[in-house]
Design a protein around this ligand. Structure first.
Ligand code: AKG
Length: 377
């Protein structure tokens, strides 16, 4: 049995159903009205600004009509209907226990134990079958990375992975970059050296939120890839030592990439970035491009470095990482705001050639949500 009551001032109403009790403010309801004078019927965009809503808006009356809550607002005299399902899905009068370092509901943190259950998609299936694509994109959203197998072995094939869900982000490295040993490398990635787990390009503002690495040749010994969940590492750091977590979250690090060719990229952001409610929103970790840290007060610098060291040790702990070898035609995709990637060194006979590019996760999320909506119809 659902019921609605309006408080005496008309400032809010209370909607009670068999399993919830939610309050909604008059101003919130009015701003979220879906009638054609408030929102354009074609594209759903809001036609009014908040200044068009009277500051003294209140609820004059509220009534339940089947699955609809009908509200009359004063002083406008406007009557608006709200779907009860929509109200429950958008309710804000809920228990929202938030602590620093929490993660969104869509996220599942992981460690080496995920190995038996890798989010892998078959390229042919992903490109032909929306259900397979949506399932894989869902796993990428949950775990922050995914592998693709059975892709074409051809120059530029990595763009076909991005085409599955979004758009390439071009940078000073071009639309893509070749990861193979070079004589005069502009980046240590273009050598056979091992690379500590890192997020890419923390010196960019904004940082590319997705990275694809696609294998075209891999006959050299070594060169295996590792991925580490930066959110799991940040949570572990907090469990071990809250002060370490706080010092990395509360102060900005600085990152830099400068080359001889007129590129000078700098950024100032924390290694562990939180939303105002404490939710983890990004991890930045890259020993190669960390520049001098100048935003930590003198009396906190020693703790900052101890925290940075411990965060690195957690990231390097093999219990946190998943290791795999990419074969030609295989690729992996990481959420570059969350999952770090690494490479073992390689040398000797044979070749190793990967192509890499960046993209952004708004496109991936949009494709995933649109596929989910289409499947729900
Ligand atoms: C990068 O390009 O960001 C890398 O980490 C290279 C990874 C690899 O060579 O597997």
């Amino acid at each position: 049995m659902t019921s609605v009551t309006v408080d005496l001032s008309g400032e809010h109403l209370t909607l009670v159903t068999s399993n919830s009790r939610r309050r909604f403010h008059a101003i919130w309801l009015r701003d979220n009205a879906g009638d054609p004078e408030t929102r354009a019927p074609g594209n759903g965009q809001r036609l009014i600004a908040v200044r068009d809503i009277p500051a003294d808006t209140r609820i004059d009356d509220a009534d339940l009509k089947g699955n609809l809550l009908e509200v009359r607002f004063a002083p406008e005299g406007k009557v608006v209907g709200y779907d009860l399902g929509w109200l429950e899905a958008h309710a804000y009068d809920t228990d929202q226990p938030r602590q620093r370092g929490c993660t969104a509901r869509s996220v599942e943190v992981w460690d080496a134990q995920l190995m038996g259950n890798l989010p892998v998609g078959d390229y042919m299936e992903l490109s032909r079958n929306d259900a397979a694509l949506s399932q894989w994109l869902g796993l990428v959203t949950k775990y922050g990375f995914g592998k693709v197998v059975n892709g074409p072995i051809e120059d530029g094939a990595l763009f076909k992975i991005v085409d599955l869900f979004g758009y390439v982000r071009e940078t000073n490295y071009g639309r893509h970059f070749d990861v193979r040993t070079e004589v005069n490398p502009t980046n240590l990635a273009f050598t056979g050296l091992g690379l500590q787990a890192h997020t890419d390009n923390p010196y960019r503002d904004p940082v590319p939120t997705l990275q694809v690495l696609y294998c075209l040749e891999s006959s050299a010994a070594g060169g295996e890839n590792m991925v580490v969940d930066g959110f799991a590492a940040a949570k572990r750091l907090r469990e071990e030592n809250e002060a370490y977590f706080d010092v990395l979250a509360d102060h900005c690090a600085r990152f830099e990439y400068a080359s001889a060719t007129g590129v000078c990229l700098t950024s100032r952001r924390p290694m562990i970035e939180l939303a105002p409610d404490g939710e983890l929103i990004a991890v930045r970790f890259n020993n190669r491009s960390l520049s001098a840290i100048t935003d930590v007060p003198f009396d906190k610098m020693a703790t900052y470095y101890a925290a940075y060291r411990r965060f690195g040790e957690i990231i390097d702990d093999t219990a946190m990482e998943i290791t795999f070898r990419l074969n030609p035609g295989e690729a992996f995709l990481v959420d570059n705001t969350r999952v770090l990637h690494a490479r073992k060194g390689y040398s000797g006979e044979g070749t190793r050639w990967l192509q890499g590019c960046y993209a952004d996760k708004d496109g991936l999320r949009s494709t995933y949500d649109a596929l989910c909506h289409a499947q729900a119809l």
